[in-house]
Design a protein around this ligand. Structure first.
Ligand code: GUN
Ligand code: ZN
Length: 434
């Protein structure tokens, strides 16, 4: 039998077993901690003093003292084809889609362009410490193959899907209910659970799908219950008004998706800003999850997510960048903006909660607790090494923090790609900051 190669990492260790908003002591913090990894999985996480004597003789201990190791960040809503159009100005969502998004996505008809962009995108995710993402491709099936081929080479746990869009978009980006459904099913058969890949049925949003296409998406979601669903809902007031005109029979925007059977576990709804109480209740009872995208929502002027009401309803919550409308790939920068959004809504997001949302909270939203998002024994060893002294300003601020909360808050508010000293996926180093 092949001997197992054990690797150990010494640093401050942070991870969660519960949601700190609802459970006291929801986190594990080992100031002098040790993360023990073998065969790409977590063997143990705890105090260095307790675990070091249990290591097999000769185990390599990577010395990251002074740094903080957390589970790899999870970005639950991002568009890889929009990488090249990040920071493109427009007065709101609908003009932004027409001016920049659709022409940019057209280029993914070319598999070579898709492959090159997927490589850059994944490098960028790893540079900011994101090890799992829920990714929109374009309407072209080849954009999905290019993405999964690039992520398979790196052995990353990634969720992605082909955009379904059969109306209210340029003809060069339109599929139809029948071909879009068939192409999605082919991609499910090719990629679902191949290595660490998982497929997401991806109707772009209700306005760009006919009732026939939403019907096909709902049928696929029933036929393949272990796949994901991802789409946008209640992002922008003009969009909500448009949906009301297009679907006059629906009780709400979310209800359009509900009526096609698309509220279920593993369904990820981007934005969720203009929901009402009935919508929030439906999301909680169906275990559909919200991907909260603060940098995007502030950039496009879409609105402010209501964390307090979402928590009162018991919704599954996660944080997401929504690049290209999002203005950063960094989940630390995303926390920074989420914190300010919460303040503007009169509520408060402690740093511990934000780190939970970017790790275990996202894993729970994706029904992947035990697989990613924590250092529970047996979880996949996706983790990130954060450097509290990455910049002169961070070093100055973290030089006198008096609690874990203060340290994490400084990392969240001041951190970005420079804060990520290294990123590991399935126990393998996939990024190291120069
Ligand atoms: N709604 C429909 N498509 C999109 C998109 O690509 N980005 C954002 N932010 N919202 C959308
Ligand atoms: Zn989006």
């Amino acid at each position: 039998m092949q001997t197992t190669q054990v690797q150990a990492y010494r640093a401050g260790l942070l991870h969660f077993h519960a949601d700190p908003a609802f459970t006291p002591d929801a986190h594990h913090w080992h100031e002098d901690g040790l993360l023990v990894v073998a065969d790409g999985k977590v063997l143990a996480a705890g105090d260095y003093a307790a675990l070091h004597p249990t290591l097999p003789p000769g185990t390599q201990v990577h010395d990251y003292r002074g740094k903080v190791i957390t589970p790899g960040f999870i970005d639950t809503h991002v568009h890889y084809p929009q990488t090249d159009m990040i920071a493109s100005p427009a007065p709101g969502l609908l003009p932004w889609l027409n001016t920049y998004t659709f022409p940019t996505e057209r280029q993914f008809e070319d598999p070579a362009h898709a492959a090159a962009t997927a490589e850059f995108f994944l490098d960028e995710l790893l540079r900011v410490g994101t090890t799992t993402a829920m990714v929109y491709c374009t309407v072209h099936p080849q954009s999905v193959d290019a993405f999964f081929e690039a992520s398979e080479k790196r052995n990353l746990r990634m969720v992605a899907g082909k955009v379904l869009m059969d109306r209210h978009c340029p003809t060069f980006l339109q599929d139809c209910a029948e071909t879009g459904g068939r192409e999605s099913e082919d991609l499910i058969k090719r990629w679902q659970n191949r290595g660490r890949a998982q497929y997401a049925i991806t109707p772009r949003f209700a306005p760009t799908s006919t009732e026939a296409q939403l019907g096909v998406a709902g049928e696929l979601a029933r036929a393949y219950p272990d796949t994901y669903i991802q789409t946008h809902v209640s992002e922008n007031e003009d969009e909500v008004k448009w949906v009301r005109e297009l679907f006059p029979q629906a009780r709400s925007y979310l209800d359009v998706y509900d009526s096609y059977g698309m509220l279920r576990p593993r369904a990820m709804y981007g934005h969720c800003i203009w929901l009402d109480e009935g919508d929030r209740r439906r999301m909680a009872e169906t275990q559909a999850a919200a991907a909260v995208c603060p940098t995007s929502n502030l950039f496009l002027g879409s609105g402010l997510f209501d964390f307090e009401r979402a928590d009162q309803a018991g919704m599954l919550l996660s944080l997401a960048t929504d690049v290209g409308a999002g203005t950063s790939f960094s989940m630390l920068q995303t926390m920074n903006e989420a914190y300010k959004v919460a303040r503007l809504k009169g509520s408060y997001l402690p740093a511990l909660r934000m780190f939970y949302l970017a790790t275990l909270g996202a894993a729970r939203s994706m029904q992947l607790e035990g697989t990613i998002g924590s250092f529970a024994a047996g979880a996949e060893a996706d983790f990130v090494v954060l450097d509290p002294k990455a910049t002169p300003l961070l070093a100055r601020r973290t030089g006198h923090t008096e609690s874990l909360e203060e340290l994490l808050f400084a990392l969240a508010l001041l951190g970005d790609d420079r804060t990520v000293a290294a990123t590991y996926s399935a126990g393998r180093e996939v990024h190291r900051r120069a």
